[in-house]
Structures are given as C-alpha cells and as structure tokens.
Design a protein around this ligand. Structure first.
Ligand code: DGT
Ligand code: CA
Ligand code: CA
Length: 583
C-alpha cells in the first residue's frame, strides 16, 4: 500500500510544481508516480534490502527522489510536499480532475478568488465571478460548469483499475488471517464492470465474529456504516466503501451467485428457479425445505438446467437463454485471460516513453507473448515527442537489429523461440481525416494505428466523415481508442457509430479495445456491437512503461463483457495469421 500512497503524494507534488510553473520537475514527479503505481514490489521492502541505492533503480527515480522516498519511509512525511500544501492549500487533484482545468488555472483561481475546491469553484462560476478574471471569459466559465456537472454525475463510482490493487490486497489480507477457508470478490468487481460502486467481499469461516474483528483491526477505515455478526460495511480511508460478508461453507456458491449479481441477472435466475418449482436465495437452492445445491455456483446453475455463466456475462443481456441446456445455441466461448499473444500498442523511449524498445520487448517475452508492436506517436503530437518520417526510419532500423539479435539468441533459447518486434506507429488523424505521416513511410510499417488526438469536439457528421476517411487510407490497420471517451472526465466523440462500423467492416479496419483503465474504449456495449457487425478488434494497453503491460487484464475483461471470442480479437491469433490480416 505504501507504493500507492507515495504515488499519490508524488502525483500531487507534480501538480503543485506545475501550478508554480516550475520547469521539467512536474514531469519527473509524474513519471515516478506512474512507476510506483505499477511497481510489483513494495518500496519499503526494496529499501530494507538495498537501501537508497535500491530505490534509485526504480524507473524514473533519481538521487533526489530516492531521498524523498527514504524520508517518507522514515518519517511518514515529505517536507517538500507539506510546504507546497501550505503555500497553496487547494484540493489540486479534485480541481484538475475536471476536463479543461489544469494546474495553472487552479493557481490563478486560488490567487485571485481563493478557490480551494470544487464546491467553491462551482459557487464562483454560478455567481459569474470567473468570467471577469483576465484570460478566463464567459466560455471558460461555461466549460467549467459543464465539467462540474459531468464530475457530479459520475461521483461515487470508482474506476475498476483504481480499486483493483486494493481488492487484491484485501483478499490477501483475509487469506493471511488464518481464520477463513474461502474468499472471493463479488458484485460489480467480479463482473469486471468499468466502474465499481462498492467492493463486495465474501468469505467462509467457522468463526465469523473473529473475521469481523480481524477486518476491523486490519483495514484502515474512516466510517463504519454497519456491523453485524457476519457482516460489516465500512468506508476505507482511501475513500471507497467495502461490504464484507461471512457465509457458511455450504452456502458459499449460492451466496457468491447472489452477491455477484447483477441484480437483473439474479431476478431472472430466481424466476427460472420458481418455474422449476424451486427457490433460489443467497442461502441455497431449495426444493421445499430440502437444500439441493449451494456449495458451488456450478451445482446451482446445473440444478436449474443451466450451464455455468462467466461473471462478466451476468447482465441479463440474453446470456441466461443461451445457458439453458435445452437451447440449440450455446453460450459463446468468450476469450480467456491467458489467450492474448501480444500487445501492439506500446510506446518506447523514442517518443518519450520510459523504456527502450529492447526493454519493452523483454517485458513482453516475460509475459509469455509471441510478439510486441511498438507504436510510437507521430509528429503532429508535439507534447508526446511525436516522430517524423526520418526518425521513424531510424527507429525501424533499431527494430530490425533487435529482431536479428533475438533470432541469433533464441536459436539457443527454448522460451519464445519465434518472438518478434513489429514496427508500428500511432499516427494522428488530422482534422480533415488525413494522416500526419507520408504514405510511403506508413507502408514500411508492419502495422499502422491511427487515432484522434486533437479537434475532438467536431459535429457528428464531420467527425464521422473524418474517421471514415482515415479508415479508407490503405495503410491504416487499426483505430486506437475509437470513441475517445475518458471515464469520469470526457464523453465520447459525436459520431454515427453504425456508419463507422459499416466502414470498418468494408475496409477491413480493426478497432482497438484500449485496456487503459481510464479509457476502456471500445466499451463492453460497443464491443458487442462490433462483434455483431463482423468487425475485428484488438486489445492493447497503450503502455508507456514496461510495468503497464499487465493492464491488459482490464481490456480482456471488457472484451469478455462484450462476449468477444478468439476469432473476434486478432491478438489472440498467431503472428502469421495476424500479419496476413493487416491491409
Ligand atoms: P455496484 O456496487 O453499484 O458497482 O454494483 P453491484 O452489482 O456490486 O451492486 P451491490 O454492491 O449493490 O450489490 C451486490 C450484488 O448483490 C448485486 O450485484 C446483486 C445483489 N443484490 C443487491 N441488491 C439486490 C436486490 O435488491 N435484488 C437482487 N436480486 N439482488 C441484489
Ligand atoms: Ca458492489
Ligand atoms: Ca455492496
């Protein structure tokens, strides 16, 4: 947990320094925050073992930041951070989480109007006080109010990616108690919904009271919503709610089935039980007074004449009908968490990513992948150090050299004998639908991803035309994060999605499912629509750091929620088949 706490502090320091317009440093702190978030080992453990030197080996951590980590581990504080907070006591995270509000604006608002948080910002905007500030104006004020409305609508739900590490920690914590037999997350988390309202955890134990006492003494919380003999409900100090329930072993399956939901799925399964003269509840499946199933989910579904259904599919969207053993159609054989053979949207240090192509490739090999695609940004994206034609040609040479080196080395290695690095780009779709890199150079790539990174607020017809024109480019293979939404921050582009799908099908363009936790774009619904339209998809992480490759899991989860099968997802395919599919 120390990693996450430190990441948060460094993220805030980065924002505070940006508020004061300190050059370079904000980026350095942001990078460290990123690296810490996805670091597998606990920094405390690293420090214990290797001291400050060990800390300095974490990507992005230099001398001075290593010192700060040490300071935090020793004192629980970082002086620099406290000074910054004192200088400008604003909730910089909350304010900059608004679309269009950056650190400089936050600093201005504090200096001129003493605005410290969202509430005060909203009050000032409604009182029309913001438009009077120099460099703000009426339009900015309106945008701020719009962004606040957006934030309010999403309030309360957390991103799956944000709470994921905590849930895994709680699971471990409960396992280590020695008091329990089984533990599983339930609810929307187990269904891997893109956002989660509260965390539901289910355990079996002979001693529920002790489990409850253990949880209360081991999970830091700020509010206790309720406490019973077998249940507690609390708000963790990290700001999200957790329900923990202890159930008897013989009811574990039925409780898991019930608390996994969704509610709509439960209502439908309960109705099926009634039709068969049975009664289904969290305690078990009953015929009269006799319990006929309860220990596992399988036996419950089976006793109702249904096949077991993956949690990701339990949204009452037709899955129950297909699970009926009498139904001639079967449930789709959705992709598994181990089915991905490579990640094609990875950035390298060529465009400002944290790791070299070789390091990214080595990390991909460790994940058991057969290939990795390097898709650096291209020149129209200045802030991301986009590459021009000449730099791309140089970068491609490096990839060729690495591939030859791997071939030589792999001949003696049994692991991943055919591993390949593919040459790609993430090029920009300009306002008129053209691509910012010359066709001759695009043609030299193994694959081309194109995405929208500017002019996102176009009207529906123009945006649709722009996308379709990009897909008609004979070099464009993949459209990255196709709808452009950022969870809790920004809506999708205005686009005619049906026309977009039709053009993707016609041109053989592949749609990306971005596994990046703030994007998850395509989302589950659009994945299902694409599958039904016969449009192929690819799940990519958009990693800018080798420690982000594991984010793949979130993309796979959304693909499973969208009922995608191996045939629909091209990076479940072997390399040859994949390469043949590109234009
Ligand atoms: P969330 O927390 O809003 O992201 O969504 P869930 O699905 O985790 O919902 P939650 O935490 O309120 O409840 C967990 C599960 O318990 C839910 O998925 C299904 C079950 N459940 C809760 N309330 C009801 C209910 O009124 N009827 C039925 N049939 N099931 C319920
Ligand atoms: Ca829940
Ligand atoms: Ca709940």
């Amino acid at each position: 947990m120390v990693n996450q706490e430190l990441a948060k502090i460094f993220q805030r320091i980065s924002l505070y320094l940006a508020m004061r317009e300190v050059p370079f440093k904000p980026h350095a702190y942001e990078r460290v925050a990123f690296a810490l978030e996805s670091l597998a080992e606990d920094v405390g453990a690293i420090y214990k073992r290797d001291g400050r030197k060990g800390l300095a080996e974490i990507p992005g951590v230099g001398e001075s930041i290593a010192e700060k980590i040490e300071e935090y581990l020793k004192t629980g504080n970082i002086r620099l951070y406290e000074q910054e907070v004192k200088r400008m006591p604003v909730d910089v995270e909350e304010l900059t989480s608004l679309e269009g509000v950056g650190p400089k604006m936050v600093a201005d608002l504090y200096r001129k109007l003493k605005i410290r948080n969202l509430k005060e910002l909203e009050r000032a905007a409604r009182a029309k006080r913001i438009r009077k500030l120099p460099r703000f104006g009426e339009k900015t004020e309106r945008n701020i109010l719009e962004a606040i409305e957006f934030a309010k609508r999403r309030e309360g739900r957390k991103l799956l990616g944000d709470i994921y590490p905590f849930v895994r920690d709680y699971e471990l914590l409960l396992k280590e108690s020695g008091l329990i037999q089984q533990v599983s997350p339930a609810g929307s988390f187990r269904r891997m919904r893109e956002t989660v309202g509260d965390i539901d955890l289910l355990v079996t134990s002979r001693d529920p009271k002790k489990v409850i006492a253990y949880a209360l003494s081991h999970i830091p919380y700020e509010k206790l919503w309720g406490k019973g003999e077998t249940k507690i409900s609390l708000r963790s100090t990290h700001g999200f709610d957790i329900d923990i329930r202890v159930v008897p072993r013989k009811s574990y399956g039925s409780a898991l089935q019930y608390f996994t939901g969704s509610k709509e799925h439960n209502i439908a399964t309960r109705r099926i039980a009634i039709e068969k003269g049975l009664k289904l509840s969290e305690y078990g499946l009953f015929k009269g007074k006799k319990m006929i199933a309860g220990q596992t989910e399988e036996e419950i579904y089976n006793a109702m004449g249904l096949a077991w259904i993956s949690p990701e599919m339990r949204e009452n969207q037709g899955e129950i009908k297909l699970a009926d053993t009498r139904c001639p159609q079967k449930l789709p054989h959705i992709i598994g968490y181990q089915d991905i053979k490579g990640d094609l949207h990875c950035h390298s240090d060529w465009d400002g990513g944290d790791h070299s192509i070789e390091e990214m490739a080595a990390a991909a090999m460790r994940m058991g992948y057969e290939y990795i695609g390097i898709a650096d940004h291209t020149k129209a994206l200045h802030i991301e150090h986009g590459l021009d034609e000449k730099q791309l040609e140089q970068r491609n040479k490096e990839i060729d050299n690495l591939n030859s080196k791997f071939e030589a080395r792999n001949s003696k290695q049994i692991q991943n004998p055919k591993f390949k690095i593919l040459k790609g780009v993430e090029a920009n779709i300009l306002k008129d639908g053209s691509i910012d890199i010359k066709d001759e150079v695009l043609a030299q790539m193994d694959f081309v991803i194109a995405g929208i990174h500017s002019n996102m607020k176009m009207d529906r017809q123009k945006m649709t035309e722009r996308m379709i024109k990009a897909m008609r480019n004979p070099n464009v293979d993949i459209i990255s994060h196709p709808t452009g939404r950022i969870l809790k921050k920004r809506d999708e582009y205005q686009i005619d999605f049906e026309a977009f799908l039709k053009a993707a099908k016609e041109t053989g363009t592949i749609l990306e499912i971005s596994a990046w936790p703030e994007r998850l774009d395509l989302n589950d619904q659009n994945i299902r629509r694409s599958k039904e339209a016969g449009v192929k998809m690819i799940i990519n992480t958009d990693s800018h750091n080798k420690n982000q490759l594991h984010l793949m899991e979130f993309g796979i989860a959304q693909a499973r929620r969208g009922w995608a099968e191996k045939e629909d997802i091209i990076n479940c395919w072997p390399l040859e088949k994949l390469l043949k599919y590109f234009k």
